[in-house]
Design a protein around this ligand. Structure first.
Ligand code: SF4
Length: 299
């Protein structure tokens, strides 16, 4: 794991509402009974707290375009963040309506567009690693090398600042105690200052555990998607989760041996959850229409 100051992006999670329902979503979309929409004043405060951060500041959801004040949030990003330091992640909700404004404010290469119309794979995230791996030294070693924290982002939710974006979402999901207050420079704290978060969330998570990836279910376009959940997480979430209430889950009820972990590690590349990067609806459509051989070359 690395200090937040070393990361390339810190995400501001403006909402966890989404029009899609991918299986094993990193923001646990589909589980929440009520989504949040971050207050505009808080968004300004979040950006101000990142003053001096050398990396980029991301606008993330859920689907940011579902925020009722989405266009105002874009303007806040424009006003407060230098152009090459702003980035946005969208699943393309009302792309035709918002495209011009998004492309006016964000450089094309910093628009991460994924409408989940192309095949995608998601790592199960709700199998508690501590529950299914008996060797606790190995549990700690895997968590210490978690690819999400190593390659992705820290994050700000309405509940504060977090060392990891998946931990931030878990805190929301299980009604955790929240993150650190977003005072100026909170991101400069050493990782050790986030030890409470690491201890609370990483053991309930399976990002760091080499498990076979599962289809994202095209964002739920082909029918309800199913999350893989371990028994203790099921108990923790059964009265909180809509996905569980609807029966859209499967229980992972076995232990994983070191031998299986080593076997699963070969070729395991969970951060490569799709075969290509897109920056617009048009790029995604073009990719959809390519012959298979061209798609392979485009990787
Ligand atoms: S194990 Fe989960 S909560 Fe912990 S750093 Fe990795 S993704 Fe974040």
């Amino acid at each position: 794991m690395r200090d937040i100051a070393e990361m390339t992006v810190i995400q501001i999670e403006v909402t966890n509402a989404c029009h899609l329902r991918c299986a094993n979503c990193t923001r646990h979309v589909g589980h929440h009974k009520k989504p949040f929409f971050m207050d505009l004043k808080y968004i300004e405060k979040a950006i101000d707290s990142l003053d001096g951060f050398p990396g980029r500041i991301g606008m993330m959801g859920g689907e940011p375009a579902l925020h009722p004040n989405f266009l105002e949030i874009i303007k806040i990003f424009e006003k407060k963040i230098p152009r090459r330091k702003r980035q946005i992640w969208t699943a393309g909700h009302q792309w035709a309506e918002f495209k011009n404004e998004i492309e006016r404010v964000f450089d094309k290469d910093l628009i991460n567009y994924n409408d989940h119309t192309a095949p995608g794979k998601h790592q199960p995230l709700l199998v508690g690693i501590d529950e299914v791996v008996e060797n606790k030294e190995l549990v700690n070693e895997l968590i210490n090398n978690c690819w999400v924290q190593e390659q992705w982002s820290a994050s700000i939710t309405p509940k504060g600042g977090f060392f990891c974006e998946v931990a931030a979402s878990l805190d929301q999901l299980i009604d955790g105690p929240g993150g650190v207050p977003i005072e100026k420079g909170w991101w400069k704290k050493p990782l050790e200052d986030f030890r409470n978060q690491i201890n609370s969330y990483c053991k309930n998570c399976s990002a760091a555990l080499p498990l076979p990836p599962e289809s994202d279910g095209f964002g739920g376009r082909t029918g309800p998607t199913v999350d893989t959940i371990s028994e203790k997480n099921y108990q923790l979430l059964k009265n909180k989760s809509l996905k569980i209430e609807k029966g859209h889950y499967k229980i992972f009820d076995k232990k994983i041996t070191e031998k299986e972990i080593i076997k699963n590690s070969f070729g395991w590349a969970p951060s490569r959850y799709r075969g290509f990067m897109s920056h617009s609806e048009e790029m995604s459509r073009e990719h959809r229409l390519m012959p298979k051989s061209e798609k392979i070359k485009a990787r």
